[in-house]
Design a protein around this ligand. Structure first.
Ligand SMILES: CC(C)(COP(=O)(O)OP(=O)(O)OC[C@H]1O[C@@H](n2cnc3c(N)ncnc32)[C@H](O)[C@@H]1OP(=O)(O)O)[C@@H](O)C(=O)NCCC(=O)NCCS
Length: 201
């Protein structure tokens, strides 16, 4: 239940590994390096492939971490409604994993979502354990905004999707005010998801 969320799920934690990596909004010259990192994982089937065209279209969604002149991580916040956004295209260069870069990117994207007064962010992922550590909880895929599936048509796993949907609530009043998501003007975009505890590895 949303109302069962603990404060830990919505509060950022300071002083963690990776806090020395600076996150900045992406610029046009980041498009090539973003594609390299994402499509490296896409070739292994763990992420959706992205094209230069769609990363260019979405470049304002992206934040990046550059270390010693090299892009080592990226992630994007994509809006779906006035109250909900998706964290997507999150990728850390293979040789820069486990240094806290993924956490830094999530923290920055969540901060950005809060800046825009979003109630919640969601993601589709094969790494629910990581998202669990970032304060996300598992939700039913079918309960997320229909538009979330707009990417699926170009996914090789369209007919056999095994990604797990996760959500992080950013505003405690989200649960209390959940009925407003069911009002007619919102209901085609957002339905109230049912949160479950993620398996935290
Ligand atoms: C998932 C990914 C973004 C994590 O980035 P990272 O920089 O290695 O993660 P961090 O070092 O910030 O880890 C933060 C915490 O999550 C944990 N974690 C990292 N990867 C994990 C995983 N695959 N499963 C469970 N926990 C994980 C870390 O142990 C760490 O925990 P701690 O704070 O208790 O020590 C990175 O492994 C990656 O790019 N994977 C391939 C692409 C992908 O799957 N992206 C997600 C698309 S939605």
């Amino acid at each position: 239940m949303i109302s069962g969320l603990t404060e830990d799920a919505i509060v950022e934690q300071a002083g963690r590994a990776g806090s020395h990596f600076a996150v900045r909004k992406a610029q046009m010259h980041d498009i090539g390096p973003i594609l390299t990192v994402i499509n490296g994982y896409a070739a292994k089937g763990v992420m959706l492939p992205r094209t230069e065209l769609d990363v260019s279209e979405d470049i304002r969604d992206f934040s990046v971490i550059v270390s010693e002149g090299r892009l080592v991580g990226c992630g994007a916040l994509h809006f779906y409604s006035p109250s909900i956004g998706e964290i997507r295209s999150l990728a850390v260069a293979e040789d820069a994993k486990t240094l806290g870069i993924g956490r830094r990117l999530i923290e920055a994207l969540v901060r950005e979502a809060s800046h825009y007064s979003l109630d919640a962010v969601f993601a589709f992922t094969y790494v629910p354990g990581f998202f669990g550590k970032m304060g996300f909880q598992e939700v039913e895929r079918g309960e997320l905004p229909l538009k979330a599936w707009k990417d699926c048509v170009r996914c090789p796993k369209f007919q056999c999707c095994d990604e797990i949907a996760v959500m992080r609530v950013l505003r405690p009043e989200y649960g209390a005010n959940s009925q407003r998501y069911l009002q007619p003007e919102d209901s085609h975009l957002v339905q109230l998801p049912v949160l479950r505890q993620l398996d935290r590895r």
